[in-house]
Design a protein around this ligand. Structure first.
Ligand SMILES: Cc1cc2nc3c(=O)[nH]c(=O)nc-3n(C[C@H](O)[C@H](O)[C@H](O)COP(=O)(O)O)c2cc1C
Length: 401
């Protein structure tokens, strides 16, 4: 059953003209069933994983239903989630040739707030990695990101504590001691939030990521089925510009606002002195019909392109391939996060997370070569045909009616 459910999008691909593929057809299921010694419900061999979407299929084989539902769920009827994955087809690439691209393989590193990383993507903050690896949970994210020199942004509600994560930091990274950013949520008793910030500071986090797109609990149908409650519990959290201002006054660490979805909020954030903004619809988990990161980035590009120069802009939601990453970077995004792919990869532990990182690095280099860039600095919006996004883009000062 598990197999058929997960494989059905792949099978559908051969039957329908151009269906939406929730899990990309990478040939994985055909390979497993025809060639590999694999049976349904077992974890495929890690070396058979060739692209990030393969991890989703693999994780579905072994995760308990409730754990699977927690990782996979999205808000409402999940249009926003599907749009995050499907929107990339609207942005065609305009490759340029006859250019020297060889150096790109040594040139996909980025710098954020004085910290250096080997690639322009990071592990996004996602709670409860223990579903994937009950014992080591986020320790795998710490160690694999440290060994691969990419950024890990730890979730406040990680299965491991801030201090447990600190204890496994690598000391031999591009930055010396491993650099992570700490995500936080505000709670009604703000003294708890300020204490979380202090714990992050005490353990050497290099930035605070304040998630702002969750002022209330959300409609999560898949999750509700496993909650044991007749009706899902509903709650709110304090989340205002005044609280951001108070956080600003309490810490010297750079503050990044995660979950920005409009040019208006991006502009206000910059005006209020934020250090970075993070475009995200929470992987479609919070609000049905919220926009994908490429749509948000395009709205900013059309209305206030200077924002990409004023502060580093991060983005996530629905990113699965090297070309997805390059599209966001071409619009001016500095670093791109991935949530579910790493949570799924974690069913293989450290080795799975590391393979996910390496596969994506490889895709960025190969796609970048064929796009015609020798360095990430060569990227610009002229590499993209964005016309299909034009019909929906919001224009400030226009009521869009
Ligand atoms: C299982 C899970 C837990 C998450 N927990 C958090 C969290 O605690 N804090 C947060 O800011 N975002 C959280 N997110 C959202 C991610 O940071 C990220 O925005 C999202 O996963 C990106 O979309 P993607 O999964 O399509 O890559 C979570 C996502 C998932 C899948």
């Amino acid at each position: 059953m598990r197999f058929l459910a997960a494989a059905s999008p792949f099978i559908g691909a051969t039957l329908a003209a151009r269906p939406f593929l929730e899990v990309a057809d990478t040939g994985f299921v055909d390979y497993l069933t025809d060639t590999a010694e694999w049976t349904e419900g077992r974890l495929p061999d890690l070396q058979d994983i060739r692209a990030l979407p393969d991890f989703e299929f693999a994780a579905k084989q072994v995760l308990p239903e409730a754990s699977w539902a927690f990782y996979r769920l999205a808000a409402g009827q999940e249009w926003g989630y599907r749009n995050n994955l499907d929107v990339w087809k609207k942005v065609q690439i305009r490759p340029r040739f006859l250019r020297d691209v060889v150096d790109l393989q040594n040139n996909i590193g980025i710098e954020l707030f004085g910290n250096n990383f080997s690639a322009p993507f990071f592990i996004a903050p996602a709670a409860n990695a223990a579903h994937g690896d009950p014992e080591r949970a986020e320790l795998n994210f710490m160690e694999a990101s440290g060994d691969e020199d990419i950024l890990y942004t730890a979730a406040l509600y990680a299965s491991k504590t801030i201090e447990e994560l600190d204890a496994v930091k690598r000391n031999d990274t591009l930055n010396g001691r491993q650099v992570i950013f700490q995500q936080i949520y505000t709670v009604n008793d703000l003294s708890i939030t300020w204490n979380d910030v202090k714990r992050a500071e005490d353990t050497g986090a290099k930035a605070i990521v304040l998630t702002v797109d969750t002022p209330g609990s959300s409609v999560r149908v898949r999750g509700a089925r496993h909650s044991g409650l007749e009706y899902p519990s509903a709650s709110t959290r304090p989340n205002t510009w005044e609280i951001y201002d108070e956080l600003r006054a309490r810490t010297n660490l750079p503050i990044i606002l995660k979950g920005i979805q409009t040019v208006e909020d991006a502009t206000e954030a910059v005006e209020r002195g934020v250090d970075g903004i993070y475009l995200s619809n929470h992987g479609g988990r919070q609000l049905e019909f919220s926009p994908s990161p490429i749509e948000i980035a395009y709205e900013i590009y059309r209305n206030a392109p200077q924002i990409f120069q004023q502060v580093p802009v991060l983005a996530d939601s629905g990113v699965r391939t090297g070309s997805d990453v390059l599209k966001l970077l071409a619009l001016g995004v500095k670093a791109v996060g991935l949530g579910r792919p790493f949570m799924y990869a974690n069913v293989y532990g450290y080795e799975g997370v590391r393979r996910a990182i390496r596969l994506l690095k490889n895709e960025i280099v190969q796609d970048g070569w064929n796009l015609g860039i020798g360095s990430l600095d060569d990227l610009s919006p002229s590499f993209l045909n964005l016309r299909a996004l034009d019909q929906n883009v919001h224009k400030v000062g226009c009521n869009n009616s």
